[in-house]
Design a protein around this ligand. Structure first.
Ligand code: BES
Ligand code: ZN
Ligand code: ZN
Length: 500
């Protein structure tokens, strides 16, 4: 989809469909919607007065212009109540409207910038939300169908703003929105890819390709190097599969010395549970267990384009967790690269094991000064927070606040859970430094804290995205399936930290 900003009046734009908007409760629309209404001889206000357009959030109504203006159709999207309006709502209605336009076969789509008028948002921010919503809302994935249904994709997206100054600002925002949405859609693509098409080695190849395309440094470790480094926790998980593990590192250099932000993403390309085998029902969903890894590759690719003033590395431990004659067994003890020993009481709690070595590596070998790990870590996160919010656990409130702030700006919901020392009692082992499970109570917290044991005193945040990485139902700007959660939060975080 080609995206352009057109500094002209919406009444002069030739397109298949022009998107305008309406706040709930407005009876006679002003601004751009009002101008269209006038050109259509009051059709929109007439429909409002008969209750056919209400302006409710995400409501869409399509009308034909009958040649009265160059746009063939008008799509009025509801913004909801003006007092409740936010950039996230702008993103939502943009996704809803674009999806509706696409379904009706629209190729050349034009839109006003929702929220930049009486919505009171800055034109750059509103344009960013518009482009994010549009690109996220229309991203489809059909690679594995032999026949694809013909929904022609939108070819051109025109952002119409007649005020020259606002149009110029919108151009900046639109660029940012495009970069973030493309990176998110890239992560979604990786997540949805089945495990037979995405092994740890293939994931490493994809990362190498991203490095080449976005001018990032790329490094990879195989089992030999892991052995030398003493990464017994990561190697232990990989033992049950014929697919070799990889530890993938992508680096972005800002040119500014000092801080180095490590984004560490769980890259389990398939999690059958190992010897602590998962039940068959729903096991297929465990191809998404690399969503954290996908998020950090997506994030660093966007970071390479947006160039924040902070060094960033993406570290992805990638492995498959399968049961096999060589697989690690419940009760085994492994040693991570920092020398800590872990009793593996449940082989299905493998994310924390591979992350233990990845976090230690980021800190001890790559010089990370701040660490954010992101992982589909626990079913308990789904129980606690559902499919609405990701869980956050941290050893450093300043970094936690920075991540929460970045998430808020991205429209991604993140909720901090407590990290009291008492929880650490739950994963004491009788024979090793710690065990890899802390029992059912507070499973998301103990899972996170176990990873934190390998961050030492480096400021660290853990994000559990088990409930948010994959959705069974559609949301306004996310179709069902992989969400690419985390990408935009992590990019915002790097930008914010770079500005300090
Ligand atoms: N990958 C799973 C967690 C998961 C659950 C991700 C649902 C996405 C959706 C993880 O490796 C796992 O199996 N965790 C166990 C931990 C337990 C054994 C302590 C779990 O949550 O049951
Ligand atoms: Zn597991
Ligand atoms: Zn897992």
């Amino acid at each position: 989809m080609e995206i352009r900003v057109l500094p002209k009046s919406i009444l002069d734009v030739e397109c298949d469909c022009l998107i305008v908007n309406l706040f709930e409760g407005v009876l006679s629309p002003g601004g751009a919607t009002g101008a269209v209404d006038k050109a259509l001889e009051g059709l929109i206000s007439e429909m409002i007065s008969h209750g056919d357009i209400k302006g409710r959030l995400n409501e869409t109504v399509v009308l034909y212009t009958g040649g009265k203006i160059p746009a063939r159709k008008i799509l009025v999207v509801g913004l909801g109540k003006q007092v409740d309006f936010s950039l996230d709502r702008a993103r939502m209605v943009s996704g809803t409207a674009a999806r509706r336009a696409e379904k009706s076969g629209c190729k050349r789509l034009a839109s006003i910038i929702h929220g930049a008028g009486i919505g009171g948002q800055k034109p750059a921010d509103a344009a960013q939300a518009l482009v994010e919503g549009t690109l996220l809302g229309t991203c489809g994935f059909t690679e594995y169908r032999s026949k694809t249904e013909e929904t022609p994709a939108i070819e051109e997206f025109l952002i119409v703003e007649k005020d020259e100054k606002k149009a110029k600002d919108a151009l900046d925002g639109a660029r940012r929105g495009r970069i973030l949405a493309e990176a998110t859609n890239y992560a979604r693509d990786l997540v949805i890819t089945p495990a037979n098409k995405l092994t740890p080695a293939i994931l490493a190849e994809k990362a190498r390709e991203a490095a080449r395309n976005f001018d990032l440094d790329y490094q990879v470790l195989g089992p030999g190097e892991m052995e030398e480094l003493g990464m017994g926790a990561l190697l232990g998980v990989a033992r049950g599969s014929v697919e070799e593990p990889r530890l993938i590192v992508l680096s972005y250099k800002s040119g500014r010395e000092g801080e180095k932000l490590a984004l560490v993403g769980k890259g389990l390309t398939f999690d059958a549970g190992g010897i602590s085998l998962k039940p068959a029902d729903g096991m297929h969903e465990m191809k998404v267990d690399m969503a954290g890894g996908a998020a950090v590759i997506g994030a660093i690719r966007a970071i390479a384009e947006l160039k924040p003033s902070i060094d960033v590395i993406a570290v992805i431990p990638a492995a498959e967790n399968l049961p096999d004659g060589k697989a690690q067994k419940p009760g085994d003890v492994v040693k991570a690269m920092n020398g800590k020993t872990i009793e593996v009481q449940n082989t299905d709690a493998e994310g924390r094991l591979i992350l233990a070595d990845a976090v230690a590596y980021a800190r001890e070998k790559l010089g990370a000064t701040r660490i954010v790990d992101i992982a589909t870590l626990t079913g308990a996160a789904v129980i606690a927070l559902g499919h609405v919010a990701s869980g956050l656990i941290s050893n450093n409130q300043e970094l936690a606040d920075a991540v929460l702030d970045a998430a808020r700006k991205a429209g991604e919901k993140v909720w901090q859970l407590p990290a009291y020392d008492e929880y650490k009692e739950q994963y004491k082992s009788d024979i090793a430094d710690l065990k890899n499970i802390g029992g059912r109570p507070a499973g998301t917290i103990t899972g996170g804290l176990i990873i934190g044991e390998f961050a030492g005193d480096t400021p660290w945040v853990h994000l559990d995205i088990a409930g948010t990485a994959f959705l069974a139902d559609e949301k306004p700007y996310l179709g069902k399936g992989a969400t690419g959660v985390g990408v935009r939060t992590l990019v915002n975080l790097a930008i914010n930290l770079g500005e300090r």
